[in-house]
Design a protein around this ligand. Structure first.
Ligand SMILES: Cc1cc2nc3c(=O)[nH]c(=O)nc-3n(C[C@H](O)[C@H](O)[C@H](O)COP(=O)(O)O)c2cc1C
Length: 185
């Protein structure tokens, strides 16, 4: 019995130690936008595993809570290639080396506010790690080429795409991906 308890404690301890962020020495920023909470859940799992700073992109205008009205506004922004104003922006972005970029798939790419964000910072030389949630079709789709086009000087690592309905239960999937890309031991 004692041996079993000891082994269980040892297992938990070593498991915890194994889950250590790999990014020592490199400053990490996790930037995300989330209208209905799915992408936020994934961002929080990343933050809990890797640490760094967490920043939620918010537009100066709120999107309506009602899905159809929100979709209408978002479609109008997409069709007019709008740059929605940010409620606040990341300060001193030059201090970060690695930037996780998390967005819901909106018609195959990022919500337009990401174009506002990317265009308002010089990210040359930084490592970008995209992640996305989606409703029916894979989330990253044109997001990655769009990041590359708007911020040509960045290195983009393998991203993660999670079905929105699974986002709140995705901790294991998130940690497995973080290990795969070398962000967790
Ligand atoms: C304006 C809008 C456009 C969307 N377009 C797509 C799409 O093209 N493909 C898809 O699979 N899901 C689409 N979705 C669903 C979202 O990507 C999905 O619900 C996501 O998990 C929401 O993330 P959030 O809770 O962080 O806002 C769309 C949702 C909205 C509101």
């Amino acid at each position: 019995m004692k041996k079993a308890v000891f082994l269980t404690i040892a297992f938990i301890l070593f498991g915890y130690m194994g889950l250590q962020a790999q990014s020592q020495g490199e400053r990490v920023l996790i930037v995300y936008f989330s209208r209905s909470g799915n992408t936020r859940a994934v961002a929080q799992f990343i933050h809990q595993a890797v640490g760094g700073d967490l920043f939620e992109l918010r537009t100066a205008h709120a999107y309506p809570a009602e899905h159809r009205a929100a979709t209408q506004l978002a479609r109008q922004e997409r069709d007019t290639n709008a740059r929605p104003e940010l409620a606040s922006n990341v300060q001193n972005i030059e201090q970060y080396d690695i930037i996780f970029l998390g967005f819901p798939n909106w018609w195959g790419t990022m919500p337009m506010v990401f174009f506002t964000f990317l265009e308002s910072h010089n990210l040359t030389g930084k490592t970008i790690i995209p992640f996305s949630t989606y409703g029916t079709s894979s989330g990253l789709v044109r997001g990655v080429p769009d990041i590359q086009r708007v911020s040509p000087g960045v290195t983009i690592l393998e991203g993660l795409s999670i079905r929105g309905g699974n986002a709140r239960n995705s901790r294991n999937e998130v940690n497995a991906w973080l290990r795969r890309i070398g962000m967790l031991r």
